[in-house]
Design a protein around this ligand. Structure first.
Ligand code: PMP
Length: 443
């Protein structure tokens, strides 16, 4: 039975969804798990705004959890996808577009004459990208153990959910049921930004560690930037012990700058050489596309050249590649400058609004990515991120939503600005903040 469109509300849409979809959502972060209330049911989006089933518009700071760097439904991206669709949805064969995209990504990841990656294999999700990177690392080293950091999220594969960020953090879970203990035991979870913990892990498990996987900058337990030189330390330490460094740029890649977080560090005081780099989100411009890249010698371990198997019916899907190519071609220096400036403006207004209410807070930043934590003092690791007045975020979030601004529905997620956040959109955000700060203060 279909519901007439004019009677739809977010409540009725969610109730109908819950009857047939677990929790009414196809990804847990979409449920308003920690902020309460009914999730929005979105029917369309354009530029900086999304529109729900009731026809109400919101200025959007979720940006599809990162991919919408240019804003929603950029006309040139939509046109590229429509033209690709008219040529066929999927061929199960190589296409010239995927080679162009690999060339473009390798070119972008060449900074100061240094090549960050030499080969790229396309997959459909960030989860597949990190899962494949780990398989390559294990295949290359003949070792089994992986180091990850508490509060980092690398997708939902078995070995990577322990003390994970994103929805796992929002829901306060230690990991996931259904992961065999023997597999979980192969993942060592360490506190982020803690060099001594990394050295101790290598000392305790010498010769068994295949790789360290790290978010290029932490951004899934709130924004947790690496301390200066920490990524370079990870690369050096891994290499000194015959292990690899997997840099997860699924969230940061092509968002914090043209060559991702690695690009920012490459031109800074502590350049470093990751062995494998994973991409997602912006690389597909809103379509299901992700990738794993690295040095030729490592990447050529993948089938059909080598013994490490990985495959995908829809890998390098032509519509997704068209969206990714169009997005990356449009993501020029002006786009990054706009996103940076917009982020600085919103951060300043957020700080002012919270200060006016006398609320303890820290705004953690990593390039244009930022998030708020309701506490004092720097947030350096997952324990710091959790030690805050998390309950203040729900009222803050809902006060923003009531005023037409959709924030990420968790205090542990970054706020995403886009190139489409124009003066109107930024003013709407800034104007809504004082009332939200009042709601947070009275919580
Ligand atoms: N790595 C990081 C750093 C991420 O932020 C995410 C998703 N938020 C993933 C991996 C997983 O990507 P996907 O959701 O496409 O599987």
């Amino acid at each position: 039975m279909s519901t007439p469109a004019q009677t739809l509300t977010n409540d009725s849409a969610a109730a109908r969804a819950r009857a047939v979809i677990p929790g009414g959502v196809n990804s847990p972060v979409r449920a308003f798990g920690s902020v309460g209330g009914t999730p929005l049911s979105i029917v369309s989006a354009s530029g900086p705004r999304v529109t729900d089933v009731t026809g109400r518009d919101y200025v959007d700071l979720v940006a599809s959890w990162g991919p919408a760097l240019l804003g929603h439904a950029h006309p040139e991206v939509v046109d590229a996808v429509q033209r690709a669709a008219a040529r066929g949805l999927s061929f199960g064969a190589s296409t010239p577009g995927e080679t162009e995209l690999a060339e473009l990504v390798i070119d972008r990841l060449t900074v100061g004459g240094v090549r960050g990656i030499e080969r790229l294999r396309l997959v459909s999700t960030g989860t597949e990208a990190t899962m494949t990177a780990i398989r390559i690392a294990r295949g290359a080293t003949g070792r089994d153990v992986i180091i990850k950091f508490a509060g980092h999220y690398h997708g939902h594969s078995d070995g990577l959910l322990a003390e994970s960020g994103s929805g796992v953090a929002t829901l306060g879970l230690p990991g996931s049921a259904g992961v065999p203990a023997d597999i979980a035991a192969l993942t060592l979870v360490l506190p982020y930004n803690d060099r001594a913990a990394v050295e101790a892990a290598f000392a305790a498990h010498d010769g068994r560690i295949a790789a360290i996987i790290t978010e290029a900058s932490g951004a899934n337990a709130g924004v947790l930037a690496p301390e200066p030189g920490f990524n370079a330390f990870l690369a050096d330490t891994a290499h000194a012990h015959g292990a690899l460094l997997i840099l997860d740029e699924v969230l940061t890649g092509f968002r914090v700058g043209p060559a991702g977080w690695w690009g920012l560090e490459q031109t800074g005081a502590h350049p470093f050489a990751p062995d494998l780099v994973t991409f997602g989100k912006v690389i597909g411009g809103g379509m299901p596309l992700a990738g794993v890249g690295g040095r030729a010698a490592l990447m050529d371990l993948l089938a059909p050249l080598g013994p490490v198997y990985q495959a995908g019916t829809l890998s390098g899907n032509p519509l997704a590649v068209a969206a990714g190519l169009a997005t990356l071609r449009l993501a020029d220096a002006d786009v990054y400058a706009h996103v940076d400036t917009a982020a600085i403006r919103v951060q300043a207004a957020l700080h002012d609004a919270l200060t006016a209410e006398g609320l303890p807070h820290v705004i953690s930043r990593a390039g244009s990515l930022f998030s708020v934590a309701f506490r004092e003092g720097a947030v350096r690791d997952y324990d710091d991120a959790r030690a805050q007045e998390t309950w203040r975020y729900g009222p803050f979030f809902h006060a923003m939503l009531d005023q037409g601004v959709a924030l990420p529905p968790s205090v542990f997620e970054a706020w995403f600005l886009t190139a489409a956040h124009d003066e109107d959109a930024l003013t709407a955000i800034v104007d809504a903040l004082p009332a939200a700060a009042r709601a947070a203060a009275s919580a």
